[in-house]
Design a protein. Structure first.
Length: 261
């Protein structure tokens, strides 16, 4: 169901999905999803656990291909294109489980992101050479996510909120055109969620933002349009006000564990 009369007008979508499905054996994790996200838009993807949100992200970022349908990014068919090529085209994403280098400093994590090193659990044996301009870029990124005073801090000793801020900074390193964040507010305290919300609201409009978020305060504050998934399908799409007023959303979601604290 799409709420009528709310389709954004104008530019071609930066992300367009048509009939996208992904099966794992007998499990239909995602089915028959159509989605248009326009340049500069802030879109939230909501849905109960197991709804297929992360699987949809994986199909869009190229972790694996869909088993049905078509994925277009920047007006190109990227359905079978590998993740690294999509990243070069301007897509960046974060993962539900953080992929920071916990044993390195904030500055070194950002420096590695500037160099295009993808995060993981292993600490690099040796950091690549100290390129002054790239170091400056790393420090600029820290300032943009409010971590300018934490440059020398080892990431493992940051608060959860600061780690999420750092992930946003790292995601910005390659000057992406579209940024996809998988549950950036998960596990954060109320104060940290507010800080993250403010950070997301200050992101430049030349970056399109798609975020998966269980926290309705964050999702409905940051997003202009909301897509709700259930059982692999998109079941509702609309503005935050329409989502708040939608009975189906209340039945499936707001009435369950995600009620206000
Ligand atoms: N690699 C996989 N192999 C098999 N089944 C999978 C795989 N990834 C996801 N699934 C299944 O697909 C369905 C959707 O999972 P997905 O992780 O996309 O949901 P989600 O909406 O992100 O949930 P959550 O809110 O808990 O993160 C679930 O039934 C899940 O068990
Ligand atoms: Mg998920």
């Amino acid at each position: 169901m799409t709420v009528a009369g709310t389709e954004p007008q104008g530019a071609e979508p930066i992300l367009r999905l048509r009939g996208v499905g992904r099966r794992f054996g007998g499990v239909h994790a995602v089915r028959d999803v159509d989605l248009d996200v326009h340049p500069g838009e802030r879109r939230a993807l909501l849905g109960p656990n197991g709804a297929g949100k992360t699987t949809l992200f994986n199909v869009v970022s190229g972790e694996f291909p869909p088993t049905a349908g078509r994925v277009e990014l920047f007006g190109r068919d990227v359905t079978t294109m590998p993740a690294r090529t999509r990243a070069k085209l301007g897509l960046t994403r974060t993962f539900q489980t953080s992929r920071l280098f916990l044993g390195l400093t904030v500055e070194d994590n950002l420096y590695l992101a500037v160099l295009g090193v993808r995060g993981g659990h292993l600490r690099p044996v040796r950091l690549p050479g100290r390129d002054g301009a790239l170091r400056k870029r790393a420090r600029d990124l820290a300032a943009r996510v409010g971590l300018e005073d934490r440059l020398g801090t080892v990431v493992g000793s940051l608060s959860h909120g600061e780690q999420r801020q750092l992930e946003v900074g790292m995601a910005r390193a390659g000057d992406p055109k579209i940024m996809m964040l998988d549950e950036p507010a998960a596990g954060l305290s109320r104060g940290e969620r507010l800080a993250l919300t403010e950070l997301l609201l200050t992101l430049e409009r030349d970056v399109t933002l798609v975020l998966i978020e269980h926290d309705m305060d964050v999702a409905l504050r940051v997003a202009e349009r909301v897509t709700m998934m259930h059982d692999g399908r998109v079941i509702v799409e609309g503005t935050p006000a329409e989502i708040r007023a939608n009975q189906l959303v209340h039945d499936l979601y707001l009435g369950s564990r995600y009620t206000d604290e």
